[in-house]
Write a protein that binds this ligand. Structure first.
Ligand code: SF4
Length: 558
């Protein structure tokens, strides 16, 4: 019997992961089938020429829930459906007829002209929504398909695009908001970002990846692109023989199976960044897993292969040359958040302001455009913290600008809570959400400002509506993940699982979940107040919140 089993196991062929490079081309799931049938890059043409005329009802399901994402258009949740219904309703019952458009602001670089046009689009066509994402995108909600041709015409006129912003393609390329002006910058990665966008966004070569590729390029050492959690990152480093260039990282990501990126040990000079970026995307396209979408991100391939094999395949099959070895970048001692008034290296200043949980309106975006021209040079930058920065402000005008921003609800000197809280889209618009996020996070900030007005340290809070971690709950001091919990009468209500002490930089670690701790959403303010008070009472000298959580008794964290 034993020998029969062994024979069976030995003769069974390994299960296909759908890796194209191994000849496994048969689509193994519905998303792969839709992609294999084509029509990805011309999704925008069909939207403009057919669905904009025929209306929402004219959109076939495979385009509505599949290919439209290649044009940066996504279905959003119908208003008023609670989180408890997410897993039980059919897609057509969960979806709204109004749509989301995600505008990619690669490198976070937005001109005043672009901001003004985007703001006007938002007012006219998107119910005055303009949410800043934590990946340097602007999200417009509540868009009618009929209005998309005019929206794209306006975006095209100022060089804005939604191409591939929601699809299995290269996602927005993160860049430092301070590229070109940071006093401590090693090298400015902007030329590489610009070339990558020009050559590869919206093109056939990377129109069908196994999943999206999140990439980042920053030559500043301030931890400004969360390089530890991107699929591919280029991080500024000084090579002892070759000077300034980039250290290459791969395989990071959060969501349900979080992994920190690893170094390939390779140094890449600025002119070669686009070529190496292209080679990594091509490798992932060909070798990435396409069976199970939950395992289709680059981090799983690298986990299975290891970085040595990944680098070897990259060099021998894609670059046809070895990469130069290089040193690791300096570990960021602080995670810069850009809020406040700070000097640039050219004698001017940058002014960073916090909208509450990333929520702007089109009207405010247009006022920000005006202010960036009045006080700066019209250069606006978006950060990975759902915040914005105005560059190039003379020192004597920063106070006046800060006062004008405050009138718009943009805080240059915010409380620690308003400064360091992020929230994902949540139940208001997101189909996957289990919990409401933006509103709860804003209310939490108000409450904590009232209860703890003298907090003297930064404590990051991240409110997420589901395990996808779009606001990065695993790397926040207090990470909250939407779940359903039992209410007092036994019915299911919205709540949160809690992770504590996550961080990146010199102490990279995912948050720790106190065993069995799940909060009803209404209990959030009491819990966070209690937790912070315990930290303040128990901390040693300059011990950070994350350090305290790693040594605190489980009971103290409840
Ligand atoms: Fe939606 Fe979940 Fe992402 Fe929040 S974390 S935006 S609920 S998918």
């Amino acid at each position: 019997m034993m020998s029969d089993t062994r024979t069976l196991q030995q003769s069974r062929a390994p299960r296909s992961e759908g890796q194209w490079a191994l000849g496994e081309l048969t689509p193994l799931n519905n998303s792969e089938r839709i992609k294999a049938e084509g029509g990805l890059l011309d999704a925008r043409d069909r939207i403009e020429q057919i669905y904009a005329l025929g209306g929402y009802e004219s959109i076939p399901p495979d385009d509505l829930r599949g290919r439209m994402r290649w044009a940066g258009v996504h279905v959003q949740r119908r208003p008023g459906i609670p989180g408890g219904k997410t897993a039980t309703l059919a897609p057509e019952d969960l979806e709204d007829e109004l749509l989301l458009m995600r505008v990619r602001i690669d490198g976070g670089a937005l001109s005043s002209e672009q901001a003004r046009v985007l703001g006007a689009i938002s007012e006219r066509f998107a119910k005055n929504t303009a949410d800043l994402s934590d990946r340097q995108c602007v999200q417009l909600h509540g868009v009618r398909v009929e209005d998309t041709p005019e929206i794209w015409r306006l975006m095209d006129s100022v060089g804005l695009t939604t191409a591939g912003s929601c699809a299995d393609t290269p996602a927005v390329v993160l860049g430092s908001p301070l590229a070109g002006v940071a006093a401590d910058e090693i090298i400015d990665g902007t030329p590489a970002i610009d070339e990558i966008v020009r050559r590869f966004v919206g093109t056939e070569e990377f129109s069908n990846l196994p999943r999206k590729v999140k990439s980042a390029i920053s030559g500043a050492p301030g931890g400004d692109v969360v390089h530890e959690i991107n699929d591919v990152s280029f991080v500024g480093v000084m090579h002892p023989d070759h000077g300034p260039g980039f250290d290459l990282w791969v395989g990071g990501g959060l969501s349900k199976a979080p992994k920190l990126a690893q170094r390939l040990g390779a140094w890449v000079p600025l002119p070669e960044v686009p070529e190496v970026w292209q080679a990594i995307n091509a490798l992932f396209r060909d070798y990435g897993y396409r069976r199970n979408r939950n395992r289709a991100r680059m981090k799983f391939l690298i986990s299975d292969w290891g970085v040595e094999r990944f680098r070897d395949v990259l060099e021998t099959e894609y670059l046809n040359r070895p990469l130069l070895d290089g040193p690791p970048p300096e570990r960021a001692k602080i995670q810069r958040d850009y809020i406040g008034v700070h000097p640039q290296r050219d004698g001017l200043f940058y002014v960073g302001a916090a909208p509450t949980v990333g929520r702007l309106s089109g009207t405010i975006l247009q006022r920000v455009a005006d202010l960036s021209e009045k006080y700066g040079s019209g250069r606006i930058r978006l950060t990975i913290h759902q915040k914005l920065v105005i560059l190039d402000v003379p020192g004597e005008r920063t106070d006046e600008l800060a006062a004008e921003l405050l009138k718009l609800g943009l805080y240059v000197n915010p409380s620690p809570f308003r400064r360091s809280t992020m929230a994902c889209t949540g139940v208001q618009y997101c189909k996957s959400a289990i919990a409401e996020t933006k509103g709860r996070a804003a209310a939490l900030i108000d409450e904590l400002e009232r209860r703890l007005p003298n907090l003297d340290v930064s404590i990051t809070i991240s409110v997420n509506g589901c395990p996808s971690s779009c606001a990065r709950f695993q790397i926040a001091d207090i990470g909250l993940r939407g779940v359903l919990v039992a209410g007092d009468d036994g019915t299911q209500i919205e709540g949160f699982q809690v992770l504590l002490g996550g961080s990146l930089g010199h102490r990279s670690a995912f948050g720790r979940a106190p065993r069995g701790l799940r909060l009803a959403a209404d209990d959030l303010p009491d819990y966070v107040e209690r937790l912070i008070n315990r930290y303040l009472a128990q901390r040693d000298d300059s011990e950070s919140f994350a350090e305290w959580t790693s040594r605190a008794d489980e009971e103290a964290l409840r």
